[in-house]
Design a protein around this ligand. Structure first.
Ligand code: NAD
Length: 449
């Protein structure tokens, strides 16, 4: 029996018996739910994160992600199946390592794999024969094989023989109550048969369905295809919104009716732009890699540009509606923004279009405040450090009536829209929240934009 085969068989047995010890590197919006799901499936799991405050909060059982059930982290920690650490040496004692670190864009809007490189370097330092390493972070097709693998092999161990290497894209959808980490099918890919078998076996024990694909690059490309599809469709529906408004047609009604077609159509709704660390990023990775191999993605690029311009278009529209309905110039106007998170019912403002609108309106001379039930105080973010510390205003009739306009940027469920509809002087809705709730203020002070 070769050494490679015995390492493979031994890990396969431990996975099948749920005895394999697992570490996720990165305990963010992706790594933490994944680590908890794995520990809930019966595997002893450790989460490694550089952020010591987050590690301490998790070990104290705090609910660090608001849409988690109250006691999910507490139960996992108290049950002894899961713990967090910032000690990299813990990687030496595990069987499966999952990399879930950020993959943002650089200031030049190109792929920034620096977090992945650092994580791979830490793993290489402690890499043991027989371990399975899985990259989950979004990367361009080819990155695991040409960027991560050489780092892991730098101390002499060989992928597919001494250790195993796979890619499995994260499909986490924060705040989605219908699908969670366990019920979302997991795409798994590797360049050698042993790694492919191990990653498939591992995730078969954890999620309801695995989707094996033939290579690392295919699995990497799946994620970019999914997010580029969303990007293009969001740009398309926002374009349709403008054109249909000029035709006197409500695009939300159109999309809802079109969605009744049982095949060939998937609804996307208009909004103020895209946010988070996923949808705005993946298509840029795809387009960058296409250029790198001498190809191009002009449709994706146009959609990205349209989406990036969406917040500016909304800010411009706020100025127009203030002038048209209230004869108030945007310079000096007071605007209340409802919702600063990038999407409904999550506490995440990364790349949020609401913040881009706020900054644009202020650059035009308006004074902006915000109300967000998830943010009593504006957090410090990489893109908008200057906004940190601003406070959410209370949503009372008196407060709302004090603004020239109220702009719905994020459609959080925990907002009293009836109160807002009653007293707002001018109500500008980018999310169709009022019509969806049967709250339709008089046309003179209400516009869907
Ligand atoms: N958030 C989403 O909805 C989502 C969905 C699908 C895929 N993704 C992808 O998953 C990846 C992770 O995204 P996220 O939203 O979880 O990021 P995040 O910023 O929420 O979390 C990343 C965590 O990794 C930690 N970290 C960074 N470098 C580290 C290192 N070297 N060692 C240990 N910990 C380290 C950070 O402290 C942070 O807690 C990205 O590639 C992203 O594109 C995100």
């Amino acid at each position: 029996m070769t050494n490679a085969f015995s390492l493979f068989s031994s890990l396969k047995d431990r996975i099948a018996r749920h005895e394999a010890r697992v570490a996720t590197v990165g305990l963010g919006y992706v790594g933490l739910p994944l680590a908890l799901t794995i520990s809930e499936a019966g595997f002893p799991t450790t989460g490694l994160d550089l952020n010591e405050a987050r590690v301490a909060a998790i070990n104290a059982g705090e609910r660090v992600i608001s849409y988690f059930p109250e006691d999910r982290i507490r139960n996992a920690v108290a049950g002894g199946r899961f713990s967090a650490t910032h000690d990299r040496t813990s990687l030496a004692g595990v069987d499966v390592i999952l990399i879930c670190v950020p993959t943002p864009l650089s200031p030049r809007r190109e792929p920034d794999l620096s977090y992945v490189l650092r994580a791979a370097e830490s793993i290489a330092e402690w890499l043991q024969p027989g371990q399975l390493v899985v990259l989950e972070s979004t990367v361009w097709p080819g990155a695991t094989a040409t960027v991560v693998k050489p780092i892991l092999e730098s101390r002499g161990l060989r992928a597919g023989e001494d250790f195993f290497l796979a890619f499995s894209p994260e499909r986490e959808d924060p705040g989605n109550h219908k699908f969670d980490t366990r019920s979302i099918p997991k795409v798994v890919g590797a360049d050698d048969a042993r790694s492919r078998e191990l990653i498939d076996l591992f995730y078969s024990q954890i999620v309801t369905k695995t989707v094996p694909v033939s290579s690392l690059a295919t699995a990497e490309a799946v994620k970019l295809a999914e997010n580029s599809f969303r990007t293009v469709n969001i740009a398309l529906v926002n374009e349709m919104k403008v054109a249909m408004e000029a035709m006197g047609v409500d695009v939300w009604e159109v999309v809802q009716a079109a969605a009744t077609k049982p095949f060939g159509y998937m609804p996307f709704f208009p909004g103020p732009g895209i946010g988070g660390d996923c949808i705005p990023v993946s298509p840029a990775y795809l387009s960058w890699r296409a250029k790198d191999v001498g190809s191009a993605m002009p449709i994706v690029d146009l959609a990205r540009t349209n989406n990036e311009n969406a917040p500016d278009m909304i800010a411009g529209r706020v100025a127009v509606e203030l002038s048209k309905h209230s004869r108030v110039p945007v310079t000096g106007a007071r605007v209340l923004i409802l919702g600063i998170a990038y999407k409904k019912d999550v506490e995440d403002t990364r790349v949020s279009p609401a913040l881009a609108i706020l900054k644009r309106l202020e650059a035009m001379g308006a004074t902006c405040d915000f109300h967000d039930p998830y943010f009593p105080v504006m957090p410090l973010t990489r893109d908008d450090p200057d906004l940190a510390g601003r406070r959410s205003v209370p949503l009372t009739e008196e407060v709302v009536a004090g603004y020239d306009a109220v702009l719905v940027a994020t459609d959080h469920s925990l907002v009293d829209y009836a109160l807002v509809a009653r007293v707002a002087r001018l109500l500008l809705d980018t999310r169709n929240v009022f019509a969806a709730r049967g709250l339709l203020p008089p046309a003179g002070r209400f516009v869907k934009i």
